[in-house]
Structures are given as C-alpha cells and as structure tokens.
Design a binder for this molecule. Structure first.
Ligand code: ZN
Length: 130
C-alpha cells in the first residue's frame, strides 16, 4: 500500500507505527515481514524510541550538527544536507510480524524522517508472508 504523509517542518520525525499495524491488519497475513520504504531522496525511514520525545529531538539536533544546512555544497537545489541525512538514515526498514502485529521492541516505533519539508510525501508499505 502507498500512504501519503504531509509534513509541516523542514526537519521532522513522524511516528508511522500505527500505519504499519494497519497495513499488516489489512493484508490478512498472520506471519511474515513488512517493508517500509520511502521513494524520496531527501526523506528517510528509521526505527527508534517512541517513549521519550527527547530522543528524536537529540537525533535531529545531532544530524544537523553532523551535516549543517549551509556547508558550501555544490548541489544547486540547496538541499544537499537533506540528501546526505537521508542516506545516513536510510530509505527503508523491514520488521517481522506475527498475529499480534509488528514484533517491535517495547520502546521502538517506526519513523518517517523529513529532511527537506514541508512537503507531501509517500511511504510504501509492503506486507509479505514468510
Ligand atoms: Zn536536491
């Protein structure tokens, strides 16, 4: 399934775990893997803590520290920092699931990561039986 996400900041992490759960439910597959893929070059997908929001704050702050927005990049679009952050974080994750849903750890959530928003984005969630 293709899912649309509207971001409203330049850099923003959005918890999409519920969408992943929904896609698994809709598939009516009881056991397998779910792949969550972002078809964009300035956005990413990651799994991290969804309990303490400071973790996401720290991650966005340190990604900005590692890759400053204006560091004399060549790319004329002016968003090279977003391209680099997207590659550091990665464009997909795969999670096993069973009849209880995704087998994430108690503190884990699946995040869509915007690095050049605000925009309307797509996420592809593919559920497979294994
Ligand atoms: Zn660009």
């Amino acid at each position: 399934m293709k899912s649309s996400i509207k971001t409203n900041q330049r850099v923003q992490f959005i918890d999409i775990t519920d969408r992943v759960r929904e896609a698994i439910k809709e598939s009516q597959i009881s056991r397998g893997i779910v792949n969550i893929f972002v078809p964009h070059t300035t956005a990413a997908i990651t799994i991290n803590e969804n309990s303490d929001p400071s973790v996401i704050e720290d991650m966005t702050k340190w990604l900005a520290h590692l890759v400053p927005e204006n560091a004399g990049f060549k790319h004329s679009e002016g968003n090279s920092d977003a391209h680099i952050k997207a590659s550091i974080v990665g464009s997909s994750v795969t999670v096993p699931f069973d009849e209880n849903g995704p087998q994430l750890g108690i503190w884990q959530g699946v995040y869509f990561c915007e690095f050049d928003g605000p925009r309307i984005r797509n996420v592809i969630i593919r559920v497979s039986q294994t």
